[in-house]
Design a protein around this ligand. Structure first.
Ligand SMILES: [Zn+2]
Length: 447
């Protein structure tokens, strides 16, 4: 058993310590407070001690004094042999390290960093927003300092584990294993929802894509779909389930169920016969049904609740997980709405314009409400890769995208984390997706 003395009683520090030693390392420990101290002291049963610097929590009573670091220093493996990579960004504290057989004193403020990355306090403190009121990647400390594609919280956890091992901890850590979590946000279950959707598609083919050939094909497909001789282009659900089953995986389908914004107009209500049949099929095949709350739900708990109730009414499964439409998110409001509606996990934490680790980890974790100052039951399952990032936001060639995805995947494997993929049901059967859709199978084959 480890005895951990924290230099303050703040719930934020308590949360960071609980996540580091409990959630991530799975160790036996007891937490105490020693407010006279200026560091966190971890005592091992063999008398050895690990001291982790504290550069914020012992000095201040509230987060109002917390600062987004003005600069980030880097420490390398020569300075700190406990790192698991060649270097590590230091957000709080200093690189200073003293090592003896029975004692390590580490100047890096590990707990403030873990709290900073996981709580997303930065997104509350920094008012930058994009046109959809989302916190933009360009404003994030991790992006500005080039460590957004590294799970630095997990790297910190490894460093602390290596220090504890050096001191002779005498406990096993929690065993975790890699897994792929395949998700599909269903914004448009069908392309041909009404004759109007045909008019709109033909307009796009002729005016935007300037392709009479494509327009002729759309027209033929529309009538063949009505006759039943062809599938609707967005009805790729069987294919997606086939691909997941081939890898022994389950697909999560997150359904958009309502909303009055123009960005919600593709949805079908859960009571629609196509949706009822689709959900039955998903359930029968052993895949999962989840929730994709509409455009304005991220700060509207009542709307969230109404849509969820409607989905639950027609779903053969209990709804426990999902992701916000357009990844619209407000810290901590949106997490609180998910918690209040009894959801088990959200998977919205991702910058749409850039793949990577928005929370600095590739592991699911219980979230912290920075205004109520408490840990919630709700877990965040951070999204790792969304196909739209590469095709729409970055306009990358498919092979270039695949190379970036592979580098992220390799890191998630290294840390035995969860690689969460979002691939929409609509990203197939269209000229703009043709080059990408073959990569779906290449990617799935890696899991
Ligand atoms: Zn969506």
């Amino acid at each position: 058993m480890l005895t951990i003395a924290l230099p303050s009683r703040q719930p934020e520090l308590h949360y960071a310590a609980t996540l580091l030693f409990g959630e991530f390392l799975g160790l036996q420990f007891s937490l105490t407070n020693s407010p006279a101290s200026t560091a966190t002291e971890i005592k091992l049963p063999n008398g050895a001690t690990l001291v982790l610097g504290d550069h914020f929590f012992h000095k201040y009573d509230s987060l109002a004094e917390f600062q987004i670091p003005a600069t980030v220093a880097w420490v390398n493996k020569t300075q700190n042999p406990f790192l698991c990579q060649a270097n590590l960004p230091v957000l709080f504290g200093e690189a200073r390290l003293q090592v003896s057989e029975k004692k390590i004193t580490c100047g890096i403020d590990v707990l403030a960093t873990i709290f900073f990355m996981l709580s997303r306090w930065e997104e509350y403190a920094n008012p930058a927003r994009d046109k959809f009121q989302r916190f933009p990647a360009s404003a994030a400390l991790a992006v500005k300092n080039g460590f957004h594609q590294r799970p630095i919280v997990d790297e910190y956890v490894e460093m602390v584990w290596n220090m504890l091992t050096h001191l002779g901890i005498g406990q096993q850590r929690k065993r975790r294993s890699f897994r792929a979590v395949i998700t599909h946000d269903v914004d448009f279950p069908l392309q041909w929802r009404s004759p109007f959707s045909l008019v709109k598609k033909l307009g796009g083919d002729l005016l935007k894509r300037k392709s009479p050939r494509q327009a002729t094909r759309s027209l033929a497909n529309y009538f063949n779909t009505k006759k039943g001789s062809e599938k609707d282009p967005f009805d790729t659900f069987d294919y997606l389930m086939d691909q997941s089953e081939r890898q022994g995986l389950q697909s999560h389908f997150f359904f958009l169920c309502g909303g009055g914004h123009k960005n919600d107009e593709g949805h079908l209500p859960p009571r629609h016969p196509f949706m009822v049949d689709l959900m039955k099929k998903i359930d029968r095949r052993g895949h999962l049904i989840g929730f994709h709350p509409s455009f304005d739900t991220f700060n509207d708990g009542q709307l969230f609740k109404t849509e969820l109730a409607e989905l639950q009414r027609f779903s053969p499964q209990e709804i426990k997980a999902g992701r916000q439409h357009f990844l619209r998110f407000e810290v901590p409001t949106t997490w609180r709405i998910w918690e209040e509606n009894g959801m088990a996990w959200d998977s919205s934490m991702y910058f749409p314009e850039m793949a990577g680790f928005r929370c600095g980890t590739c592991h699911p974790f219980p979230v912290f409400d920075i205004l109520q100052r408490k840990m919630l039951k709700l877990r965040e399952m951070p999204l790792t890769v969304m196909e739209v990032t590469f095709m729409v936001y970055q306009k990358k060639a498919p092979d270039e995208a695949l190379a970036e995805i592979l580098s992220l995947l390799q890191q998630v494997r290294q840390f035995n984390g969860s690689f969460v993929l979002l691939w929409h049901n609509t990203s197939f059967n269209a000229p703009e997706w043709r080059a990408y859709e073959t990569r779906y199978e290449s990617l799935m084959a890696l899991f």
